[in-house]
Design a protein around this ligand. Sequence first.
Ligand code: SF4
Ligand code: SF4
Ligand code: SF4
Length: 352
Amino acid sequence: MAALNRQMAMVMDLNKCIGCQTCTIACKRLWTDEEGMEYMWWNIVNTMPGKGTPKDWESMGGGFKAGEAQPGHLPTKDEFGDAWEFNYQDVFYKGDGSGTALRPKGETPEWGPNWDEDEAKGEYPDGYFFYLPRICNHCSNPACVAACPRKAIEKRDGDGIVVVNEDKCRGYRFCMEACPYKKIYFNHQKQVSQKCIFCFPRVEQGVAPACARQCTGRVRFVGYKDDENGPIYKLVEKWKVALPLHPEYGTEPNVFYVPPISPPLFDEEGNIIEGKPRIPNEYLVSLFGEEVLGVLDRIGAEMEKTKSGGKSEMLDTLIAYEWKTMFGGFDREPSTLKDSNRKADFVKTYQP
Ligand code: SF4
Ligand code: SF4
Ligand code: SF4
């Protein structure tokens, strides 16, 4: 169904994400529930500003500068945060009532995949944070592809989805060093690299990726980037209100974010300080580049328009009254797929 050289993309509206991790679990249940994949979160939602997953990933290098590949750090399993086992047996079956609390078994962990959840920055009453969901960006200039000497990572012709061919992968992990977003994981059991596949077995059959279809906040828009009637083109190209994360990494991501609008700061008497957003502009610029300031202005102007009774197709699109409008035609019910279509296509094509 896909024409050659089209690019699938996602837009995530950060104003609507509630950090529920439904997306995270939707992906986990579908793709990373096997041995060796326990610690993998192809989709993860982090509180920002924060260290993220893996810990301090933004300072791990990789990507390109002026077209030159940059050295990158190979994230460790500890930096990702290992999977914990909990004392469910004790809590639910020991009969100790409130005497036993739910906690990870063994040594007390010192880091985990969403460790700094809901920790705000700033001073009361001006504390702030927001949620940042992250998947592989299925970049147009993917550093992971460039770094693999085995040509084991493929950027598919028809939809631009970036997939590891596990048959060719020899576990060198150069891709993990090279990806500046640190969205590749190493399966220590199978000795191969693994990553988000943009749910291509679903997408090929007209079903949106699981993380998008299950999203409780209607945060995620999906579709071909060049579909002028679809939400991606309108939000990214026409209205220019969605931007890639860290464009300076040079990989040309195909996941875009609508930046968060924040409430104003208060003065010491609790009065609103006009024109001073709670989330510092400098912080948003550090994530999305200078263009974010124009995006915030454009969204603000549309909000003013609707406050005075005007109509805004852009805001209506972002609100997404009808869920199908979010998926650029990829709105087939997942329950109409045969179960064999779920994982089998992936395994058949890319796993030995
Ligand atoms: Fe590759 Fe990383 Fe880009 Fe995904 S985000 S395509 S893993 S460089
Ligand atoms: Fe997981 Fe699919 Fe979302 Fe990728 S697109 S993070 S594989 S659910
Ligand atoms: Fe945010 Fe949607 Fe994921 Fe919930 S399911 S954390 S609202 S992106």
